[in-house]
Design a protein around this ligand. Structure first.
Ligand code: GLN
Ligand code: ZN
Length: 752
């Protein structure tokens, strides 16, 4: 049988988030180990069977995970940090590594390349003793075989990505572990080779799409020749995705691997080098695994046509560009309509792969495939939006094209200081206050149409009143309304703006059991009317202290949405910026003197390759500035970012020209703050003084210690006092005393 189609990986949380629910049930003790196991098996069986019925030849096994594949890899390789060695129950150990327990701290979690997926960072040290534990992998293969899957493809994390993405606790190069790690991979592959006449093994090496890493490229041929020799019947596929792999490709082409996966959507440069893969299989990633638009079938066929000038057709396997774990399950769970008609989620993408392959290989189409082809072609036509030809105009009102504020920072801050008349070391928060169950219920009931608009608004206003009253009482200097109307800082704006679509069930795994539902930007973005003015002005009417208006910035809205792919990202960001500009103007007219534009996801959007960074920085900064350019000299613009490492982006942050930036700093030592000083950063800064991720209430002494440490680095005139991030995940019982202590600490230091 010729192999013609492959899927890099499939979502695993379950069509109706069954796995999420089972996991959370297991953690709270409401279901048992075997129930969790059973849910996992059901989800896997459904997904495998679906792919089989959709005519996928190489179907992934071991893309499933109860939490994260990197964690699974660490366990498969025996890389268990010593603090987790004492668990008698495997599953307890597993979840302790993932989430921590009362006794041990979890592994660190971080973002998976430029996606919104988070993986657990394996910890290695001199004492790490790698050992092979392929039992789960073998079981998953047998499970797939028993479901009638002819070619289960075993997905494993490749050794080079595993090491590069791990942390070495002795601060050595994680690559130093390679010599001890490879024999363990070989042992695992030997076990795998016993499974069948031929076995396909996909080794994920996304690290190879990053900027060239010399030591890694040096060991690459040796590693893959060794692995390819682990069994005569093993066919090794090296999967790369999210970018081109032009440095690694020629090297891998000379090794004994069977095939290579290339992303031809996000790394079209790969096309230049496909001829080098002669004699190997190419898993041609022509269906976008990261975005949700229906595929352009003819364009994909065009790419495959080009490849077939260099490689024999039978060596070209049609594939997704990356794992489909980054998109929701199926469009079947959405309301039918002109927008959702253009969507393609994981199941639809699988069908597109099969269709493209049938057409490429001149096989007869099924009736269903013919329908899909007609529909896909029609989608492309309906996507042409006539309004798009008018790129600048946003609504009927004029807007400013100016991307800089009229006055320089020195002029602005002098006027603002006079206007706002704040004390030294002003205190504030990042925006949200606890999202209580009452507030959640209020929003839910309103959404379901169970309560009237006036009752809903009255409820929200009441909560705002409570927030304002508390902040006055606690003695904060700059107040917020508390964000009770927001379910999520991006979704809220997505709901208010034209050009966005909010899916009903478009859930995507973010980490573990956590799923997010990114809004979809499908058309030209514009603002039909004010989005936040009502809430902010209400809060302001309750106090004489300044209330900060609270908006999400253009770059963050873009980075946390599924973005249309028929327009450049910078243009979409610009449309969002113009909508925000109108909002800022309205807030200002309504008497709001401070406006915060959150850019929590600014850093996340950075391209994987250095060469592409300047362009991103250019349009990201430009659109942030375009949004806030509506602010006049008296209006103070704040921004907030949820991290502390600014070393490589400090110049860019400076260029954003916000009057005040609040950042996350309490968990890192103040060395990281140095960079603001060293680079001559001249704007005001609020380095978070306590960690909002923990329920612990910091004492006054602790907080004043933290502030003193900050003041050793920065002059008091430049410093604001605030928590690390928004308080929405905390409880009032924690927030109240923490903020009271924070204000007391600031006051103490103010008076010297
Ligand atoms: N203003 C938002 C809040 O306080 C910011 C959240 C964030 O930075 N992720 O919730
Ligand atoms: Zn934050």
């Amino acid at each position: 049988m010729t192999i013609r189609t492959s899927v890099t990986g499939f979502p695993r949380i379950g069509e109706n988030r069954e796995l999420k629910k089972a996991l959370e049930g297991y953690w709270t003790g409401s279901i048992q180990d075997q129930d969790l196991e059973q849910t996992g098996a059901q989800v896997r069986a459904g997904d495998l069977t679906f792919q089989k019925e959709s005519r996928i030849d190489l179907i992934s096994v071991n893309d499933f995970s109860f939490y994260d594949n990197m964690l699974d890899s660490a366990l498969m390789l025996g890389a268990i940090p010593p603090r987790f060695s004492d668990f008698s129950h495997e599953r307890d150990r597993y979840f302790a590594m993932a989430r921590g327990s009362t006794a041990v701290r979890a592994l660190e979690m971080t973002k998976w390349f430029n996606t919104n997926y988070h993986y657990l960072v394996p910890e290695l040290s001199r004492s790490t003793l790698f050992s092979p534990h392929p039992e789960t992998v073998l079981a998953r293969y047998r499970e797939a075989s028993s479901l009638g899957i002819r070619f289960p493809k075993i997905n494993l994390m490749g050794p080079l990505s595993f090491l590069r993405l791990s942390r070495d606790m002795d601060n050595r190069d994680p690559l130093d572990h390679l010599d001890r790690l490879i024999p363990v991979y070989v042992r695992i592959l030997e076990e795998i080779s016993q499974l069948d006449d031929v076995v396909h093994v996909q080794l994920d090496e996304p690290i190879l799409v990053r900027d060239p890493d010399k030591p890694l490229l040096q060991v690459l041929p040796g590693v893959y020749d060794t692995l390819a020799q682990a069994g005569d019947n093993i066919r090794i596929i090296v999967a790369t995705y999210f970018e081109h792999a032009l440095e690694a490709l020629p090297i891998l082409a000379e090794t004994g691997i069977w095939g290579m996966g290339l992303d031809l959507v996000h790394g079209p440069e790969n096309l230049e080098a496909v001829s080098l893969l002669r004699g190997k299989k190419l898993l041609a990633g022509v269906v976008d695994g990261k975005n949700i638009w229906s595929a352009d079938i003819d364009q994909a066929l065009g790419i495959l046509g080009k490849i077939s000038r260099h490689l024999p057709k039978e060596d070209i396997i049609v594939s997704s560009s990356c794992s489909l774990v980054h998109v929701p399950y199926t469009v079947d769970n959405e309301l039918p309509g002109p927008v959702t008609d253009r969507f393609s989620f994981a199941r639809e993408k699988v069908r597109e792969i099969a269709l493209i392959s049938s057409m490429f290989h001149n096989q007869p189409l099924t009736l269903e495939q013919e329908h899909l082809l007609v529909k896909s072609r029609r989608c492309l036509i309906t996507r042409v939006d006539p309004e798009d030809s008018d790129p600048g105009c946003s609504g009927s009102r004029p807007f400013s094209e100016r991307t800089s504020r009229e006055h320089c920072f020195a002029q602005r801050i002098a006027v603002q200081k006079k206007e706002l008349d704040l004390p030294l070391l002003p205190t504030t928060t990042i925006g949200s206050f606890p999202q209580t169950s009452e507030i959640r219920a209020l929003r839910r009931d309103f959404k379901k149409g169970q309560i009237s608009l006036s009752r809903y608004e009255a409820g929200i206003m009441e909560y705002i009143d409570q927030c304002v009253a508390f902040q006055e009482e606690a003695g904060l200097d700059v107040l917020v309304h508390g964000e009770p109307e927001r379910n999520d800082m991006v979704e809220y704006f997505g709901e208010m703006l034209e050009g966005f679509y909010i899916t009903a069930n478009g859930w995507v795994q973010s980490y573990g059991s956590r799923c997010v539902k990114p809004p979809v930007i499908h058309g030209r973005v514009s603002r039909p009317g004010p989005m936040t003015v009502k809430w902010i002005t209400h809060a302001q009417s309750r106090t004489s202290r300044p209330v900060k208006g609270m908006l999400t910035g253009p770059v963050t809205i873009l980075n946390w949405s599924f973005v249309r792919n028929d327009r450049p990202a910078r243009e979409v960001a610009r449309q969002i910026a113009l909508a925000l500009q109108e909002e800022i103007r309205d807030l200002q007219t309504a008497g709001i003197r401070i406006i915060q534009v959150d850019e929590a996801a600014f850093k996340e959007g950075y391209p994987l390759r250095k060469a592409d960074i300047p362009e991103y920085e250019e349009w990201a900064v430009e659109n942030f500035k375009l949004a806030v350019s509506a602010a006049d000299i008296k209006t103070q613009i704040h921004t907030h970012m949820c991290y502390s490492e600014f070393g490589d982006i400090i110049k860019t942050i400076q260029a954003m020209d916000a009057d005040v930036i609040t950042v996350e700093m309490s968990r890192s030592n103040n060395d990281l703050l140095q960079v603001f000083k060293e680079t001559g950063y001249d704007k005001e800064i609020g380095p978070g003084v306590y960690d909002i991720h923990s329920p612990r209430v910091p004492s006054m002494e602790e907080l004043s210690g933290q502030i003193r440490a900050i003041l050793e680095v920065l002059p008091a005139e430049q410093v604001w006092i605030n928590p690390d991030c928004g308080l929405k995940t905390r409880r009032w019982e924690e927030v109240r005393p923490a903020l009271v202590n924070m204000v007391a600490a600031a006051r103490m230091l103010r008076s010297g």
